[in-house]
Write a protein that binds this ligand. Structure first.
Ligand code: NOJ
Ligand code: NOJ
Ligand code: CA
Length: 723
């Protein structure tokens, strides 16, 4: 390594190794809006950054409730609009259905204007009732309501402490055909009513024209169409700016979260730059959809969750839960293993969004699935790690295989089903007991069909016992738990046949867990401030710029403000915006880009730990922009891939292990030419080089460092010849 490598490596920080002054400097003013920063501390106003103690309820807007007229049963298999809308949701908020169910966030269909065309596929009429066929991301889908209706929805939700999460699908517009402009609406995209372009005759290159993906490579998935949907070219400056403006409009309407559709199908570097603009505007919780069909490990999935700056839907755990509780093709041992494996593969496992089913899979309930299995799976979902999302109708045991049968109109609003009561009880428990929100998981007892596990966060503990065998009871013998000596009632109050009380004294007495039974015994006693240990359970958003805001969630921070630690150094007092025993808001300090551990020192001088991880924050080196790096004539040996590294943290700070890549070489450019879209600081002089990497063996380019001055805004392409 050259001398300069040593100096420039100081720019990037590894966890815990940051050599920072004890008191951090103030960041340079960067034009970020000043916000009051009181959100985290007032329980009545939902915190849009931390969802760990929430339960999300996923709604297909068209299929849930009608405001203009009531929804009847949807005709079987219809892909036509059924009439659900935002006034309908307001009605349900007002009548208290969601509050009584205990859910604290509603994830609704993409709200933006969608095409009117009815598309005939194999004789079946298809419409945009699902919201994924956008036309104008700056207008509302009039079938769901107007902007005023949307504002009323947000207000009605916030009045009840409920968050609004919108689905958002910037990957594509709508179905289009390269050869037929009259097909559907030709994928046309509008900017608040002004036509930007359509799919055919796209001289400007707003869209990709590389055919459909075969789902075989990440590159195909990104730069070819998802099915027949007109795939947007995010590196086009018009598209890049459009999506920054469009999401800002929805943020300004007060949304609390974003579920990003099809993140596997958009350049990760573009998404990071887009997220940075979201977090710089008004940070909210963002989670992406990267579909996985099985619980098997997918390193790309984990890499995206750890590095993209957003969380993900937890397909891995969810597919395993389905195997275990629904289809019985896997055992409790597999479930336990998936929990263990995901906690080690995902840095923020407690922020992954878990679920039993969704609009993209057969509903959990089916003829071969007894109600009790749904209930047991719900108990697992709501007590295990991750932010649970309940798909609408699960509490009413709705069934239905592939879409649209899994998206039928809401069948009833009964509040007496066992599933409804289990959700209500456990959602309340998630809010009360930080062990469920932030805790680690350990197995206490296990068999093929039964699982007893403990969630623990400092002195908060929950023990969960589930027996999926509906015929035989399971003997629980000799287990040791962290529940302090005492007598614990089953939080489910025997709803699922659990033993009514459990005595604990370090050990739990031997007991029989009845057939199909589940129980939860827990302790959320709060230690007196002088004894409380500060524990960090969540830091969010995962990244941002100096001057932006971050939320720290956990317990034991104490009633009086202490200090917020960032990479081990204390933030100046005026960077601490609000402080309560469980939630802190702080301003990101003006430190060099890189990863920092965020922590807390209490007024009594105790420093926090982060028992389940997730305490990291990535400081960006500046405002971000997407740059396409192209390197031509880079011949490689078998197994080698091309990467780029450079002097900013976004380029890995010259560390080849953190270099950005692998580059692609098939669709937009073909081998021996390679390309990759990367988020880098805007308006900055960056130095970089390409390298060829195969595992740990690295071949750098020769010659001096390359330099590039990135523009202040827009997007850019840098084209080089390998040397
Ligand atoms: C980055 C350096 O600045 C560059 O000059 C060198 O070739 C590579 N690292 C490999 O050490
Ligand atoms: C995933 C969505 O969840 C699915 O319903 C949709 O059809 C595709 N992405 C395309 O938007
Ligand atoms: Ca794409």
């Amino acid at each position: 390594m050259s001398d300069r490598n040593l100096t420039s490596s100081a720019v990037s920080r590894q966890p815990g190794t940051a050599a920072l002054p004890a008191r951090l400097p103030r960041p340079a003013p960067n034009g970020l809006p000043n916000s009051p920063g009181s959100k985290g501390s007032d329980p009545a106003i939902p915190d849009p950054l931390n969802y760990c103690s929430d339960v999300i309820y996923q709604i297909c807007t068209d299929r849930f409730a009608g405001g203009r007229f009531p929804l009847g049963a949807s005709p079987a298999g219809t892909k036509l609009y059924c009439g659900g809308d935002w006034p309908g949701l307001v009605g349900k908020l007002e009548d208290g259905y969601f509050s009584r169910l205990g859910v604290t966030a509603l994830w609704i269909s993409q709200p933006v204007d969608n095409i009117d065309a009815v598309v005939d596929y194999e004789g079946v009429k298809h419409t945009s009732y699902h919201g994924y066929w956008a036309r104008d991301f700056k207008r509302t889908n009039a079938r769901f309501g107007s902007f005023d209706d949307f504002r009323r929805l947000v207000a009605a939700a916030h009045d009840r402490g409920i968050k609004i999460v919108i689905d958002f699908a910037p990957n594509h517009t709508s179905p289009a055909m390269e050869t037929d402009p009259s097909f559907a609406e030709n994928g046309r995209l509008y900017d608040d009513g002004r036509l930007l372009g359509g799919y055919t005759g796209d001289a400007e290159g707003l869209f990709h024209h590389n055919g459909g993906t075969d789902f075989l490579t990440t590159e195909n998935d990104i730069y070819r169409n998802l099915y027949d949907m007109a795939d947007l070219n995010h590196l086009h400056p018009v598209i890049d700016r459009y999506f920054k403006e469009a999401i800002r409009l929805w943020l300004d309407l007060g949304i609390d979260g974003i579920r990003v559709d099809a993140v596997k199908h958009m350049p990760a570097g573009w998404q990071k730059n887009w997220l940075a603009s979201i977090y710089g505007c008004r940070p909210v919780f963002v989670f992406g959809e990267w579909f996985l069909g099985s619980p098997d490990a997918d390193p790309e999935h984990a890499k995206f969750a750890n590095k993209s700056g957003m969380s993900l839907l937890d397909f891995r755990l969810s597919q395993q839960v389905r195997r275990v509780f629904r289809d019985r093709t896997a055992t409790m041992y597999d479930l336990d293993e998936t929990i263990l494996a995901t906690v080690s593969d995902y840095e923020r496992a407690n922020s992954l969004v878990t679920f039993l089913d969704s609009h993209d899979m057969a509903r959990f309930k089916a003829d071969h699935v007894p109600d009790r299995s749904v209930e047991l799976a719900l108990v697992f979902l709501l007590t295990s790690r991750g932010v649970p999302a309940v798909y609408y109708g699960t509490e009413q045991y709705m069934s239905g295989e592939k879409d649209p049968h899994n998206r039928e109109t809401m069948r009833s609003f009964s509040e007496t089903t066992v599933a409804f009561r289990a959700i209500r009880t456990l959602a309340a428990l998630r809010r009360r007991n930080p062990a469920l929100a932030y805790g680690t998981t350990s197995r206490l007892s296990i068999g093929r069909d039964a699982y007893v596990f403990e969630r623990r966060f400092g002195s908060s503990v929950a023990v969960v016992a589930i027996n999926r065998d509906l015929e035989r009871s399971f003997p629980v013998r000799g287990i040791v738990s962290s529940l302090p000596t005492g007598l614990y009632p089953d939080a489910l109050e025997g709803l699922l046949g659990g033993r009514p009380t459990m005595s604990a004294d370090g050990r739990l007495p031997d007991f029989e867990l009845g057939p199909g039974a589940a129980a939860v015994w827990h302790d959320a006693r709060v230690a007196p401030p002088e004894e409380a240990e500060p524990l960090v359970g969540h830091v969010g958003p995962p990244m941002g710029r100096a001057g932006g805001e971050l939320a720290i969630g956990g317990s034991g921070f104490g009633p009086r403000p202490g200090a917020v630690l960032f990479g081990g150094a204390e933030l100046p007092d005026d960077h601490v915006l609000s402080w309560s025993d469980s939630a802190i808001r702080a301003r990101v300090p003006g430190v060099p880009g890189g990863r920092y551990e965020a922590g807390v020192r209490t007024a009594a001088g105790r420093e926090s730990r982060s028992p389940a991880g997730g305490g990291f924050f990535e400081v960006l080196s500046g405002e971000q922009m997407a740059v396409r790096f192209v390197v031509r004539r880079a011949w490689t040996e078998w197994g080698e891939n091309v990467f780029v590294a450079g002097d900013v943290s976004e380029l890995g700070g010259w560390n080849p292990e953190r270099a950005i890549g692998p580059f692609a070489n098939q669709v937009l450019f073909a081998y021996p030419d390679w390309y990759c879209d990367v988020s880098v600081p805007a308006g900055a002089e960056i130095r970089f080089k390409f390298l060829k990497r195969n595992g740990s063996s690295v071949r750098w380019e020769s010659g001096p460092d390359r330099r590039f001055r990135t523009p202040r805004s827009g997007t850019a392409t840098v084209t080089c010849d390998w040397r």
